[in-house]
Design a protein around this ligand. Structure first.
Ligand code: SF4
Length: 434
């Protein structure tokens, strides 16, 4: 009989996440070598469950782009795009992907196949301009799914219940058009039973994803939502609707429950001193160092808005009804994309709730040059949070791709000052308590 030891279990999510991610890139490289076109999709409204039923390799250009920054070669890609006329303030993901296309798909983790179809939503206006680039470069057909955004939070049973059903029906009609298009593109018949299966697997994954997020309410927290959280997010997107992805998250929950039961923190060599919430997208050009700047002070990110808006709606407790697959897929996309937009643009209310639920004592805002979509309004959000909760907030600017606007020394100064403030507040409180 094999016994699972503590060292097998602790850290397994990060190790296995890395392995699955490499396998995903290997699969894409094989597809490129066989000249198979891929479906290019985005994390907000990927429709991965549907695309998998047509056996299309799935490329997430946001993920392939950010990996160039994590692998420290993004500047080569950004420079090439800028040499070809892109402005420095265009989204870095777009520019890295443009350069990748010009370089025949060459990527530090393998080779990315060309797009046979691009499926976008209107969750970010950049998605639509991005799709036009593939259209121009490769003649790629682009399918844009128009998902209505929040007006008065239409919900079943909400103030205007008819709105929700009309929106859902509108999304479903477009999904049916997409299915007809995919049948023509691939020469395959749509198989509704396969869709039921991929939806079921996403349901399993979503249940575990939410449990993992919930487990971080433990003290100490069981994972860092910016560091490990980003690895988990990568798997949640790349393997959505697959058996490996669902199994990965079942195993992850087992690991995190074990850590919660045994008081095991993600900080290996120091105690958790401050519980933080991260707002925005991480600084990938110095990803590990960026994390350390907080960890060195005993700061742990117990939650992150990234795990809300980039999880494709998995943080919402909605589950697909596999007896009504198309209706339910449309509802899932509607809810996921609307909630993702709200999590980026109107996050102050869930942020206040998270501060309470996770007992956070600090909020770190990280607006980035490349992405106005996630950076707009963060200064206002900080004002609301400072007004309504007794926390300290840090506001630091850099980028998720472009190391030219990342100053490690400046970041360190600001982060150190933030923790000095948190530490002295903690000492004052402990003294008052004593
Ligand atoms: S602008 Fe922001 S949300 Fe839009 S594609 Fe770029 S990084 Fe993603």
């Amino acid at each position: 009989m094999t016994t699972i030891t503590d060292s097998d279990l602790v850290g397994r999510g990060a190790r296995e996440g890395g392995r699955l991610f490499r396998e995903w890139f290997d699969g894409l490289s094989r597809a490129a070598a066989e000249d198979r076109g891929a479906a290019y999709v985005f994390v907000m409204g990927s429709l991965a469950e549907l695309l998998r039923t047509f056996d299309l390799p799935i490329v997430f250009p946001e993920i392939t782009s950010l990996q160039t920054a994590v692998r420290k070669v993004a500047d080569e890609y950004l420079s090439l795009a800028e040499d070809h006329g892109f402005s420095p303030d265009v989204c870095g993901y777009v520019k890295a992907d443009y350069a990748l296309q010009v370089r025949g798909g060459q990527h530090p983790m393998g080779r990315i196949p060309k797009p046979a179809i691009a499926v976008l939503t209107n969750a970010c206006n950049t998605y639509m301009k991005w799709g036009e680039i593939w259209e121009r470069l490769h003649g790629t057909p682009v399918f844009t799914l128009d998902v209505p955004g929040s007006r008065a939070m239409p919900e079943p049973g909400g103030p205007n219940p008819g709105d929700f059903e009309r929106d859902r029906r509108y999304v479903q009609d477009q999904i049916e058009e997409l299915i007809a298009f995919l049948e023509r593109l691939t020469g395959r018949r749509f198989d509704i039973d396969r869709l039921r299966e991929t939806l079921r697997l996403t349901n399993d994954m979503g249940r575990s994803w939410r449990r993992a997020l919930e487990l971080n309410r433990a003290t100490p927290a069981v994972f860092d939502a910016m560091l490990e959280g980003t690895i988990y997010l990568g798997v949640a997107n790349a393997l959505r609707g697959t058996a490996e992805g669902a199994r990965y998250f079942t195993d992850l929950v087992a690991e995190l429950e074990h850590k919660a039961a045994n008081g095991l923190s993600p900080l290996v060599d120091r105690e958790e001193r401050h519980r933080l919430i991260f707002v925005g997208v991480p600084c990938y050009p110095i990803f590990r160092r960026f994390y350390q700047l907080f960890a060195e002070w005993g700061g742990v990110f117990v939650s992150s808005t990234y795990t809300w808006f980039a999880s494709g709606g998995l943080n919402d407790p909605y589950e697909y009804d596999i007896e009504r697959p198309l209706e339910s897929l449309a509802e899932g996309v509607l809810r996921g994309v609307t909630r993702a937009g709200d999590a980026m643009l109107f996050h102050d209310r869930p942020l206040l709730e998270s501060i309470d639920e996770f007992r956070a004592d600090g909020v770190v805002y990280h607006p980035i040059k490349s992405c106005r979509t996630v950076s707009t309004g963060l200064a206002d959000s900080r004002r609301v949070v400072l007004d309504q909760r007794d926390v300290l907030c840090l506001y630091i600017e850099s980028d998720m791709m472009d190391k030219r606007v990342v100053s490690e020394a400046q970041l360190k100064n600001r982060i150190d000052a933030f923790f000095e403030g948190l530490d002295s507040r903690r000492i004052r409180r402990e003294a008052a308590g004593a």
